[in-house]
Design a protein around this ligand. Sequence first.
Ligand code: TXE
Length: 495
Amino acid sequence: MTASSWHDRAAAVTPDGRALIGGQRMWALGGQQFDNRSPIDGRSLGMVARCDGQDIDAAVASARAAFEARAWAGKAPAQRKRVLIKFAELIQQYGAELALLETLDMGKPIKYSQSVDVGGAANCIRWYGEAIDKIYDEIAPTADSSLALITREPVGVVGAIVPWNYPMLMAAWKIAPALAAGNSVILKPSEKSPLTALRLGDLALQAGIPAGVFNVVPGYGNEAGAALALHMDVDCIAFTGSTRVGRQIMQMAGQSNLKRAWMELGGKSANIVCADCPDLDAAVAAAIGSIYFNQGQSCNAPSRLFVEASIKDRFIEKALAMMPSFAPGDPLDENTVMGAIVDATQLNTVMGYIEAGKAGGARLLAGGARVRDDTGGYFVEPTLFDQVESSMTIAREEIFGPVLSVLSFTNLNDAIEQANGTVYGLHAAVWTSDLTKAVQTSRALRAGTVHVNQYDNDDITVPFGGYKQSGNGRDKSLHAFDKYTELKTTWIQIG
Ligand code: TXE
C-alpha cells in the first residue's frame, strides 16, 4: 500500500480526537488540541483533545456520579460479565480497524497489532468478564458467637494512565479488572498514541457500559495525567510507564488523598544462558526475537544477555545470522517484523544510547544506524553490542529500543549478582539442562517473572509486574483484582 492510500484508509477509520466524558464525546473545555503524528512517515493523523485539569474534574465528577448511582457497581456480576464479553466481541469485530490505528499511531508491524494488541486486549477483557461471576467472598473462622464476613468491594473511581508501547493492551490490563470489579474508570492514554483508546470508548458504550463508567481523557502527562494523579476524588491510580514518572505519581498520590497507586515501570531484564543450555538454537531465537519484538519497546525486553564464555562465540555467530530477518520495514506490510520507533524523541534517546555504547568501549557487532529516513519515519536497525560490562550505561539504563548488550560470564553466581545489580526487577531468564541449577537461579533472581529455557511466554492467567523499582502490584490474573477492590470485614453478632 502506498503512503497516500493508507492515509485515505486511515482517514476513514480515525476517530475525531474528542474525549469521552460522561458518555459524551467532547473537545477539551479549554479548547486546546494537539497534532497527533504517525511515526511511520511523520504525517498528521489529526487533532486530538488536549485535556487538562478541568476536563479531568468533569470526568471524575461523572465517574463518581455513575459509581454512586450504582448503575454499574450495583449490577449482578453475571450482568457485568455479559457486557464485558460483548465489549470483547466488538473489539474483535472491529479488529482490523483497531490494528490499523495502532500501527499508524505508534509504528508497530500490522501483524502484531492484529494478533498481540487486538487479540490480547479482547482476550483480557473477555477473561475478566468471565471471571467475575466465579469469585466467592469469605467467612472468617471465628468463634460461634459471631459471623465475620470478608467481602470485596470496588474501590470507586479508578484512574488509569497508560503508555504508548502497547496502547490498547496496557489499557485493557487496567480497565478490564477495574470494570469487572464494578469501578468507574478514567483512562488517560499516552499523547503519543491516543487513537485506539478513543475507539475503545465508543465500543464500551456500544457494548452497554453505562455513561460515566468508562471515560477516555487524552492529553499530556503533566496536564491531564498529573491532574488525575493529584485528584482528591480519585480512589486509585494504576500506571504503566517510566520509573521516573511512576515516582512522581506516587508522590502525587501521597500529597493528595493517599489514593492507592499501582506501578508497572521500567526494566533491564537479564537473560542468562549457561553452557549446558538444552537447545542453543532456541536460546538464540528467543534472545533475539524477544529483544527486537516491538522495536525493543517492551518493559520486559531481555536487554542484557549473559552468555557463558565457553559458548559465547557460537551464540553470537548464530545471533548475527538471524539479524537480517529483523530489518525494519513498512509497518503496514503484513511481512514486516520490525516497525518504527514511536517518535523523534524516543529515536534520539535510542541513538544516544547507541553512541554511549560505542563511547563506553562496547563492541558494535551489528546495526547501530537509523534507516528508512527517506520515508520521514523513525526506524533503527536491530543493534547488537558485545563486550559489554555491567558498569556501562547501556547495561544499566533502560534503552527501550532494539539494542542488545552481550556480557559474558564464567561463574553463574557472579552472573546472578550482576543480573540483580540494577534498580529494576521485572523479568529474567536462565537456560540450563540442570534442574537444580535452574531452580536455585530462579530463586536467586530478584524479578517478578523468571523464565527457564524460554523467554517471553505470556498468558492472561499469570501475574505480571516487578520487584524493586520496576513497580508494585500485579497486572493480569486474578491477583489484579487486589488492586481494584477493597476488603471489607462485617462482624455480625449471633444470638
Ligand atoms: O514515558 P512516560 P515516555 C520508559 C522507557 C521510555 C521512557 C520514556 O524507558 O524510553 O519511559 O517514555 C504519562 N503525571 N517507558 O516519556 O513519560 C504520559 O502522558 C502523570 C517504559 O513516553 O512515563 C503517558 O500516558 N502522568 C514503559 C504515561 O505517563 C504522566 C512504557 C507514560 O509516559 C506524567 C513507556 C506526569 N507528570 C515508557 N508524565 C513500560 N514500563 O512499559 C507523563 N505521564
